[in-house]
Design a protein around this ligand. Structure first.
Ligand code: MEV
Length: 336
């Protein structure tokens, strides 16, 4: 049996502006994860069970653009073509063993916590290991970026990157180029001077990232100068935040989160539910709060002193959050 796991993620600073080449900061959230188990099977074909989404099917019965089928087809295509016949991978059509693949995930779907990227990364790593087709982190990341593009239109690449590397990342999208392969951008990992605590609050509403990214594009197309200015401000916030995190001046992050949230509101990607949770967290003693990810639904994050984490978390639940996660950024394991 082969098993593989990939964490969820949150964006700390810079969502949306990152699509336009500004830097963004994201960190893995290990309290939630996608897990894949692959077993050799007697039954002919590749059988997939994903009980969380009530999926029990063989690969050939799924539409080829189904997110899970797309990962498997792309992997099989890659492993058959890139390095065959001399190198890695299966050499002949039909030479793949019969497989039984089980996929589970504790990452809420469409909530801005990177559930799609985590399933892709866990699945491709499990296939690569089970079928003896080794892939580097860079290759896994580039693979996951291609799948993200299928589902999110014009993603920056930050989600697949943080999920693949499982480390805090400072990410800058590369300029578009037909010749460019890779995973979508320049990646730097950064050090966390002093660990800090984040409370994540889920509105329970889906975050329609493709729509919100598309709507921001329409705003930008109509008034490029204005929005380039807003993206510059957000990029500056992300740079200051990285600096503060590296120097252990984590309290400064609260004000930066608040500033970033105002700019996201201006971009129309917040919502009454997100604003309510952001306000609730601040009133309950958080040092700052903002939405995280694509917005309109999904999650918000709040920076808290560790001793305030529980009370901010229960205030968020009382204000209608569907779940909360407390995570410590920069600890060896980001358990609370
Ligand atoms: C989604 O998690 C983050 C966005 O910036 C989109 C992207 O970077 O692809 C909204």
């Amino acid at each position: 049996m082969t098993v593989s796991s990939a964490p969820g993620k949150i964006i700390l600073f810079g969502e949306h502006a990152v699509v336009y080449g500004r830097p963004a900061l994201a960190v893995p959230v290990t309290q939630v994860h996608a897990d894949v188990e692959i077993l050799a099977s007697d039954r002919p074909g590749i059988w997939i069970a994903a009980p969380d989404i009530a999926l029990h099917s063989d690969l050939n019965s799924l539409p080829s653009d189904h997110p899970i089928a797309a990962v498997i087809h792309n992997f099989l295509f890659l492993s058959r073509t890139s390095f065959s016949p001399a190198g890695r991978g299966a050499e002949e059509e039909g030479s793949f063993p019969n497989l039984s693949i089980k996929i589970t995930s504790t990452i809420p779907v469409a909530s801005g916590l990177g559930s799609g990227a985590a399933v892709t990364v866990a699945l491709v790593r499990a296939l690569s290991s089970h079928l003896d087709y080794p892939m580097s982190d860079e290759e896994v990341n580039a693979f996951a970026y291609e799948i993200e593009k299928l589902h999110h239109g014009t993603p920056s690449g930050i989600d697949n990157t943080v999920v693949t590397y499982g480390k805090p990342v400072y990410f800058v999208k590369s300029p578009p180029s037909p010749a460019r392969g890779g995973a979508g951008g320049e990646v730097e990992t950064f050090t966390v001077g002093t660990p800090f605590t984040i409370v994540i609050g889920d509105t329970g509403l889906p975050a329609p990232t493709r729509d919100s990214v598309g709507d921001v594009r329409k705003l930008w197309e109509a008034e490029k100068e204005r929005w380039e200015g807003v993206f510059d401000e957000i990029g500056e916030i992300a740079k200051q935040a990285r600096n503060a995190i590296e120097r252990g001046r984590t309290k400064e992050l609260g004000g930066l989160m608040n500033q970033n949230h105002v700019l996201l509101q201006e971009m129309t990607v917040s919502s009454p539910e997100l604003d309510r949770l952001v306000e609730t967290a601040r009133t309950a003693g958080a040092l700052g709060a903002k939405l995280s990810g694509g917005g309109r639904g999904g999650n918000m994050i709040a920076l808290v002193e560790p001793e305030k984490a529980d009370s901010v978390a229960s205030s968020l639940m009382n204000a209608g959050a569907k779940r909360v996660i407390v995570t410590a950024v920069g600890r060896r394991s980001n358990a609370p």
